[in-house]
Design a protein around this ligand. Structure first.
Ligand SMILES: Nc1ncnc2c1ncn2[C@@H]1O[C@H](COP(=O)(O)OP(=O)(O)OP(=O)(O)O)[C@@H](O)[C@H]1O
Length: 250
């Protein structure tokens, strides 16, 4: 269970304080997925960085299973916007990195590693370095790395943004397969309403600067097979879009 109570985050820049998030309250049950959607600059990445333990200075309570965030002890998979790959390590080494840091032996997950390399379309690229990959390929390496870790909490900041539409849909399904198999609690940031509807059990709408939560929606369509082609999906995405527009214009 992830619990966030009265979270406020302020950045210091040029001797002044800038509020980035204000009075954020939300919960995520173990094994749930949550999509965060909000306009540019409303603090989505800041929220993920707090949960990842990268931002440590904040007001309020942020806990995983009743414990404060301790990245060394908890298994947190974080895919930042720039993918977070090490340029001096090849694809294979980058994928294994997080599991290695958590002392997961290669022999214990070699089958899964091969599986993710195949599923994410990385076969044949294992020896290449990040600088020799496209943005979309780098993004898939970052996804493979996080999936292999089977984290207690998976945080993804626009994880499919560099993928073309077809690949994006395929990789979203790979994510859902991983999520179903391992029940990974997941928070993902997206700019796409359809992505939020397809992948989020809960959808959190952030707005304003500093960012505040304007709505939390329990998604009735989450997990229904082939829902993307269904009229209900189309109608709910239109309704959600309207709701978001109204919130953002306030
Ligand atoms: N290191 C920093 N120092 C000062 N201000 C920052 C810093 N990082 C972010 N900010 C500011 O905090 C606010 C929230 O930034 P954040 O990156 O969390 O927004 P976001 O919603 O993820 O944006 P985007 O959708 O454009 O990625 C913005 O106004 C940004 O300018």
């Amino acid at each position: 269970m992830i619990q966030i109570k009265n979270l406020n985050v302020t950045y210091e820049a040029m001797g002044e304080g800038y509020a980035a998030l204000e009075n954020i309250n939300m919960e995520l049950g173990a094994g749930e997925t949550c999509a965060i959607i909000g306009p540019s600059g409303c603090g989505k990445s800041t929220l993920l960085k707090v949960l990842a333990g990268i931002i440590r200075e904040y007001e309020g309570i942020v806990e995983i299973n009743g414990q404060p965030i301790m990245p060394m002890k908890q298994k947190i998979g974080f895919i930042p916007q720039n993918y977070g790959l090490l340029p001096w390590k090849n694809v294979y080494e980058n994928i294994r990195l997080s599991a290695k840091i958590k002392n997961i032996k290669d022999r214990d997950n070699s089958k899964e590693l091969d599986f993710f390399v195949q599923q994410l379309g990385l076969a044949g690229l294992e020896g290449r370095y990040p600088g020799e990959l496209s943005g979309g390929q780098q993004q898939r390496v970052a996804l493979a790395r996080s999936f292999l870790l089977k984290p207690d909490l998976l945080l993804m900041d626009e994880p499919f943004s560099a993928l073309d539409a077809m690949t994006r849909e395929e990789i979203q399904n790979v994510f859902l397969d991983v999520w179903r198999k391992y029940s990974v609690s997941t928070i993902l940031v997206t700019h796409y309403v359809e992505e939020a509807l397809y992948l989020g059990q809960k959808i959190v709408i952030l707005s304003g600067i500093p960012g505040t939560i304007s709505k939390i929606i329990d998604n009735p369509l989450f997990g229904i097979e082939n829902i993307r082609n269904h009229q209900d999906f189309f109608q709910l995405s239109l309704a959600l879009r309207k709701m978001i527009k109204e919130d953002w214009l306030k």
